[in-house]
Design a protein around this ligand. Sequence first.
Ligand code: IFM
Length: 438
Amino acid sequence: MKLEFPEDFLWGSATASYQVEGATDEGGRKPSIWDVFCSEENRVANGDTGEIAADQYHRYAEDIVIMRELGLQAYRFSIAWPRIIPEGVGEVNEEGVTYYRNLMLALRKAGIKVVATLYHWDLPYSLELRGGWRSRDTVEAFRTYARVCVERFNDLVDQWITINEPWCISYLSHLIGEHAPGHQSLEETVKVIHHINLAHGMALAECRTQEIRKPVGISWNLFVPRNATRRSEDMEAARKSLIRESRVFTDPVLHGTYPSELGWQFPIEPGDMDIISQPMDFIGVNYYQETVLAADMQQESGYRVVPTWQPTTSQNWAINQYGLYRVLEWIAKEAPGIPLYITENGCASDDVIDPDGRVHDRDRIEYLIKHLEVVKQAIEDGIPLKGYYQWSFIDNFEWAWGYEKRFGIVYCDYKSLQRIIKDSGYFMRDIISGFCEY
Ligand code: IFM
């Protein structure tokens, strides 16, 4: 088999600031909600923290050499708000600005496109003390932070991504409680959903103020769930979940309204929906696993996730590449004509360094092949897919899972911080160069 893609298809890899940078108390950075969450008991596996992570703050030059070796055309990373405005509001930290300008300059010099995410979860802790994303003040603070980023970096950025995975910032962090700040309240979640949607719109408006406009989008982790059986209640469960967990983000941004059947009181103020629904240049889709649902009236949501027969990754995430196709097909219909990028896709596996000094991560390659076959099919079927970012460039701090789960195509030895390109890295190199036979 040969996996071939259009010449102008963009190939990249992605990371996020707290997951790779380390240097949490260097360069004028102040704590984020994740620094504090990690210090609390039983929040993160093994008490791991992002203090050192993959140390990219000090080693980005070395990483860019590897990116070049693999032929990566774009690097998607996030800017840490606590490095730019350490207290969330107020003074701009010039050292932080310099750090990201240097990173961007080095990427450009290497011929790698700069794809910057404004928010990938590291909220300055001082804002959390004032209500975090539950408070509208944080949205205003985000608007100012976005303005600073756009003013300081727009000349070096190729694409902006406003927010990464609103679902995680709201549901996972404020309802399920698995991510910082670890709350479990539906009332809070409803507020956070609206504030995050609004923050996206405000950041987008800031990007539009520049004379040279760089493309702007958002990265959504959308769920287009499968019903466990054909019983009408299970079909209804899947429909409900689509509304509650995907449409609640996509409807306001794409159509300017919230799904009415939720019956939730979002803290909407006059003008909000216009800000949220300004046209975007592209949509980012993050996809890892599919969810299969059955009706369950014991749950507040009315449904629950049920086991599947699919093979799973080392995180027990069900591998079904057709789930990715369903997501792409659904969002392409919802947003006709808007270019799509897969801004994250990849898997955790139990990688080890073999006696030959290499990492033979065959299971990751198989995962990637399956998903790239679907990407190819989607393009052939006319879905306007323009690029693919594999998650992740390098092993990193996997949030509540700490360092137990490795997602990289580059192995990071967390003791020596040595990098080793995994077999999946060479696989991606061959895909990108247009020569991948298997
Ligand atoms: O590591 C995360 C990333 O930060 C956001 N998307 C999912 C990845 C894997 O869990």
